[in-house]
Design a protein around this ligand. Structure first.
Ligand SMILES: NC(=O)c1ccc[n+]([C@@H]2O[C@H](COP(=O)([O-])OP(=O)(O)OC[C@H]3O[C@@H](n4cnc5c(N)ncnc54)[C@H](O)[C@@H]3O)[C@@H](O)[C@H]2O)c1
Length: 304
C-alpha cells in the first residue's frame, strides 16, 4: 500500500518507516527535522522512500505532498514531544499537536486516505492515575499541556469519523525506548542513561527513583501500529507492556551509577497502561521484555 509517515525522521517514525519498507509498502515521509534526523532514514532513502521536509501545521504545502503521494495509510507521528517545552510554550505545543493533527486530517480527507493512525500518549494523558494499570476509560487528567494537546487531537479523530466517515485510531503509547532515541535534552531516561554509560558519566535520578513507567520497546510500538493499520477498529488503544519498572531498576540494569536530585514537579509517581483492549480487539501484545529491550538499546548506543 501507499503509506505516509509524518515525523518519519524521528525515533519511532524512522523505525516504523523501516518496517513499512520491509513489508513492501511504498512510503513517503513528511518531517520538518526539528528533532528528527535525515540520517535516521539513510537506509530507507536508499530503498526508495520519498522524503519531504515540511511542517505538518501548514496545510497548503502539506496538501500538495498528500496529492503527490496519494497515501492509503497515514501514520501521524510528527509532534512537539517535549513535556517541559509544552509548559513553557503551550501555544507552540498546541500549534504543532492540535493544529498539525487538524491539518493532517484535512490533507488525508482531500485524498480520501483509507485510514489515519495517530500516535498519542498514555502516561501524559492519565496523569496521576487512580487505577494502575490504567485502562483507556480512565479520566483524562494531564499534568502538562502536552497531554492536553494530544487529547484534543484525539477528539479531532472522532470528529472526522462522525463528519466524514473517516477511519481513524489513536494509539496511546507507554514510555517508548530503543535504538535512535535521542539521548540529549528532555529525552527518555533510558536514552539518557545509555548516553551516560557510553561516556562514562553518572546518571541523575530525580526524586527517590522509585517512580514507575511502562517502558515499551520501539519494535513493539511498530508492530502495534502495523496491527492497527490492518484492522478497522476506531477509538483509543493503550499500547504498552502493562509492567511497571522503576527508574532505579533501569539504572541498575544498564549498569549506570546514579546521583540524586530533588523530584521534578508535575511528574506522576506511577504510570502503567492496561493493555487488555489492544490484545482483545487488535490481537496485539508486546513481545520484548524490558531487560531484553535494554540490552538491544545499550548495544546500539555503544556502537553509535
Ligand atoms: N517517545 C515516547 O516515549 C512517546 C510516548 C508517547 C507518545 N509518543 C508520540 O510518538 C510520536 C513520535 O515521538 P518520538 O519519540 O519518535 O519523537 P521524535 O522527536 O523523535 O519524533 C517526532 C518527529 O516529528 C518531527 N516534527 C516535529 N514537529 C514537526 C512539525 N511541525 N512538522 C513536521 N514534523 C515535525 C520531528 O522532527 C521528529 O522527527 C510523537 O507523536 C509522540 O508524541 C512518544
Amino acid at each position: 500500500m501507499r503509506a505516509l509517515v509524518t515525523g518519519g525522521a524521528g525515533f519511532i517514525g524512522s523505525n516504523l518507516v523501516d518496517a513499512l519498507v520491509d513489508a513492501g509498502h511504498t512510503v513517503t515521509v513528511v518531517d520538518n527535522l526539528s528533532s528528527g534526523k535525515e540520517a535516521n532514514l539513510e537506509q530507507a532513502l536508499r530503498q526508495g522512500v520519498t522524503f519531504h521536509q515540511a511542517d505538518v501545521a501548514e496545510l497548503g504545502p502539506l496538501r500538495e505532498i498528500f496529492e503527490q503521494a496519494r497515501p492509503e495509510l497515514v501514520f501521524h507521528l510528527a509532534a512537539q514531544i517535549d513535556v517541559r517545552k509544552s509548559v513553557s510554550d503551550p501555544v507552540f505545543d498546541a500549534r504543532v499537536n492540535v493544529g498539525g493533527t487538524a491539518a493532517v486530517l484535512e490533507a488525508s480527507r482531500s485524498v480520501q486516505a483509507r485510514r489515519v493512525l495517530f500516535s498519542s500518549t498514555g502516561g501524559a494523558m492519565y496523569g496521576d492515575a487512580k487505577v494502575i494499570p490504567t485502562p483507556e476509560d480512565a479520566s483524562i487528567e494531564p499534568m502538562a499541556p502536552y497531554g492536553t494537546s494530544k487529547y484534543a487531537a484525539e477528539t479531532y479523530l472522532g470528529l472526522y469519523e462522525r463528519l466524514y466517515g473517516m477511519s481513524t485510531i489513536a494509539l496511546r503509547f507507554g514510555n517508548v525506548f530503543g535504538p535512535r532515541q535521542d539521548p540529549h535534552g528532555e529525552a527518555g531516561v533510558i536514552a539518557i542513561y545509555c548516553g551516560a554509560r557510553k561516556e562514562g558519566r553518572r546518571g541523575i535520578v530525580f526524586g527517590d527513583g522509585r517512580q514507575t513507567r511502562d517502558y515499551t520497546y520501539v519494535g513493539d510500538i511498530v508492530s502495534a501500529a502495523l496491527a492497527a493499520a490492518d484492522h478497522d477498529a476506531t477509538g483509543a488503544f493503550n499500547v504498552g507492556t502493562g509492567v511497571e519498572t522503576t527508574v532505579l531498576e533501569i539504572a541498575e540494569k544498564l549498569g549506570v551509577e546514579t546521583d540524586f536530585q530533588p523530584a521534578r514537579t508535575g511528574e506522576a509517581q506511577r504510570s502503567c497502561l492496561d493493555v487488555t483492549k489492544a490484545a482483545e480487539v487488535l490481537g496485539w501484545r508486546s513481545k520484548v521484555e524490558v531487560e531484553e529491550g535494554l540490552e538491544r538499546t545499550l548495544e546500539w548506543a555503544l556502537a553509535e
